[in-house]
Design a protein around this ligand. Structure first.
Ligand code: AHM
Ligand code: MG
Length: 334
């Protein structure tokens, strides 16, 4: 069997990008944090952490105990590299300053969702961590320094805590996936240069929201459901895990399209998913693997953010299917 690189070997010898000096130690910390989170999640009910807290996050969602445990792990481990100036998390409203003694070279911002899909933790279904790294214009960053379009990300990735734990990331030169050997405590490169097939017969959406969607998404899903009897001429398959990390990972491995579109269920919200720590990092990964990511009307990575926790409609995955949906949105707008 071909020997596998450890993530440490990969970061030292094979990481390609202009920010390598900072990203190698930062990614080593991300990997360490994800290992620690994997252990916390794997303990399941044994540590008594399966319940909800009395608190809500900035989105008004009830926080799970593990939401805050994983948030704390991610901050404690990632402030140590010396390169992170400030962070932002799904779980707190404001930006998080890194203590001065930890940020000698603090030129970077780390934005993250520590436990994506957390409604799945107490039913033992896959969850994940999503992160995005931006360059800061200031060593004393304020909110304004965070509000950069997704194209400015210097690195994006996710950890998937599934049947195995994986870490997948891009530094803008393709996408590589690492699997944790839990017995050794090390990630190994198992999925080099991940690519999304341009075509697919598998879609992923929360069908219970059908009546709240806009016409282009209803049309697309209607056509998939008609399968071989309809305009598509082929039967489609459907999956919905309710963990974005698990859906995007499946798409990286075997193709597919993932949608959390605009819906009228909550008319004041522009979709469910958050731009800066869900849509943007996943869009960079999907594009780097040859896929596409759009709101239906605009490339996600081109959106100029107006707030840390802003929401955005998400359509991403196999390029030809995403482009079909963009086409349906264009017809609708004309
Ligand atoms: P979370 O970050 O609070 O867990 O919310 C995001 C998750 C995504 O992982 C997933 O795609 C979506 O919410 C599922 O939403 P729904 O329960 O409406 O199907
Ligand atoms: Mg999330």
């Amino acid at each position: 069997m071909t020997p596998l690189y450890t993530i440490t070997e990969f970061l030292i010898d094979h990481l390609q990008c202009e920010h390598k000096e900072a990203l190698a130690p930062m990614l080593a910390d991300v990997a360490a944090a994800c290992k620690e989170i994997a252990v916390a999640i794997e303990a399941g009910a044994l540590n008594g952490n399966m319940g909800s807290l009395d608190s809500e996050n900035v989105q008004g969602e009830v926080q799970k105990a593990l939401d805050m445990i994983t948030h704390d792990i991610f901050i404690a481990t990632n402030q140590r590299s010396g390169y992170v100036a400030a962070m932002a998390s799904e779980e707190v409203a404001e930006i998080i300053e890194v203590p001065l003694n930890y940020r000698q070279n603090g030129d970077y911002l780390l934005v993250f969702d520590p436990l994506d899909g957390s409604s799945n933790v107490n039913v033992n279904i896959s969850v994940g961590t999503i992160f995005s790294i931006l360059k800061s214009a200031s060593k004393q960053p304020t909110l304004a320094d965070f509000l950069q379009a997704g194209t400015a990300q210097v690195c994006a990735g996710y950890a998937l805590y599934g049947t195995s734990t994986m870490l997948v990331f891009t530094t803008g030169k393709g996408v590589n996936g690492f699997t944790l050997d839990a017995k050794v405590g090390e990630f190994y490169l198992t999925h080099p240069n991940m690519q999304i097939t341009p075509d697919t017969q598998e879609f992923s959406i929360n069908m219970s929201n059908y009546r709240f969607w806009q016409e282009p998404v209803q049309r697309y899903v209607d056509e998939c459901l008609l399968g071989a009897d309809g305009i598509r001429g082929e039967d489609f398959n459907m999956r919905w895990v309710a963990s974005m990390v698990a859906e995007v990972h499946r798409i990286l491995v075997r193709g597919g399209i993932f949608m959390y579109p605009l819906d009228m269920k909550q008319p004041t919200k522009a979709g469910k998913l958050r731009l800066m720590y869900e849509a943007n990092p996943m869009s960079l990964i999907v594009e780097q693997a040859g896929g596409a990511a759009s709101t239906g009307l605009q490339r996600i990575l081109d959106i100029q953010p107006s707030g840390l926790h802003q929401r955005v409609p998400v359509i991403m995955g196999s390029r030809n299917e995403v482009e079909r949906l963009i086409g349906y949105h264009k017809i609708n707008a004309d």
